[in-house]
Design a protein around this ligand. Structure first.
Ligand SMILES: C[S@@+](CC[C@H](N)C(=O)[O-])C[C@H]1O[C@@H](n2cnc3c(N)ncnc32)[C@H](O)[C@@H]1O
Length: 244
């Protein structure tokens, strides 16, 4: 079956709407997600795509020869993804629904983990719990690839000045927006959006990874994939679990 019959229709080129009001899946990979697929394709170890949606990164990693475990809070996303996995790759694919930060995997299960544009749906404590758990899920030497929406994208970019002020004042989560609805256009239905959002910058991702015991290999802003994008739409980090 073709993607156009499997994926929800989208009013925005380059983005596919989620089924659970958690924004959009991109139709192209950012640089950190691409690095995950390259890394995953070169390893025998299974890798985890957390918050996979309809599988933009999972499918690319499978195409490069990886063994992928896909996980998402929304079972309907996984149902669509299962139908998109090519027959020839099905023996290298498995999935389960699960919600961060509570979802569980065994210690040292994965050679790499990607969480692309999912952590900003969690508050600070939940982000810290999640990254600590991801450290444990990685095999020694395995790599964590994180991408989060930044304070410079989405409807909340209107408060970027406030984020910069709070960051300068040393607040740990300076991009946190506890009243998302305030930034939505009058035409939008707040019930179709999260109640809060926690945009991050590369310094925050670096701090959380280091607190979890990971070695940070790179941390930087990333460009988005829509025609409105700036070169700071997302924050990305690659971090490595140290050898035991
Ligand atoms: C904005 S989409 C990103 C999809 C894809 N990773 C990408 O980069 O385009 C966020 C995805 O994370 C999932 N998600 C949101 N909160 C989650 C949570 N607490 N635990 C697991 N998945 C979650 C959503 O269901 C959705 O599929």
């Amino acid at each position: 079956m073709h993607d156009k019959d499997l994926l929800p229709e989208s009013p925005i080129a380059g983005l596919v709407p989620t089924m659970n009001n958690t924004g959009w899946m991109t139709e192209s990979l950012d640089e950190i997600s691409t690095a995950f697929t390259d890394f995953a394709g070169g390893r025998d170890d299974e890798v985890l795509d957390m918050g996979c949606a309809y599988g933009i990164a999972t499918l690319a990693a499978l195409d490069k020869g990886a063994r992928v475990f896909a996980c998402d809070i929304e079972p309907r996303h996984l149902e669509v993804l299962a139908r998109r996995v090519p027959v020839a790759a099905r023996d290298r694919y498995r999935s389960k629904p699960g919600a961060l930060p509570g979802v569980a995997f065994d210690t040292a299960s994965f050679g790499a983990i990607l969480a692309a544009r999912v952590l900003h749906f969690l508050d600070g404590d939940a982000v810290e719990q999640t990254v600590a758990k991801m450290h444990d899920w990685l095999k020694p030497g395995g790599c964590l690839f994180l991408v989060a929406d930044s304070p410079y994208t989405g409807p909340w970019k209107d408060q970027a000045d406030e984020y910069e002020r709070r960051k300068a004042a040393g607040e740990p989560w300076p991009g946190f927006v506890d009243d998302y609805a305030r930034y939505l256009p009058a035409t939008a239905d707040p019930a179709e959006h999260p109640t809060f959002i926690n945009p991050m910058d590369p310094d925050i991702l670096r701090r959380v990874c280091e607190a979890a015991g990971l070695e940070v290999l790179e941390a930087r802003f990333l460009a988005g994939s829509t025609r409105w994008s700036s070169d700071r739409d997302h924050a990305g980090v690659v971090a490595r679990r140290r050898d035991d």
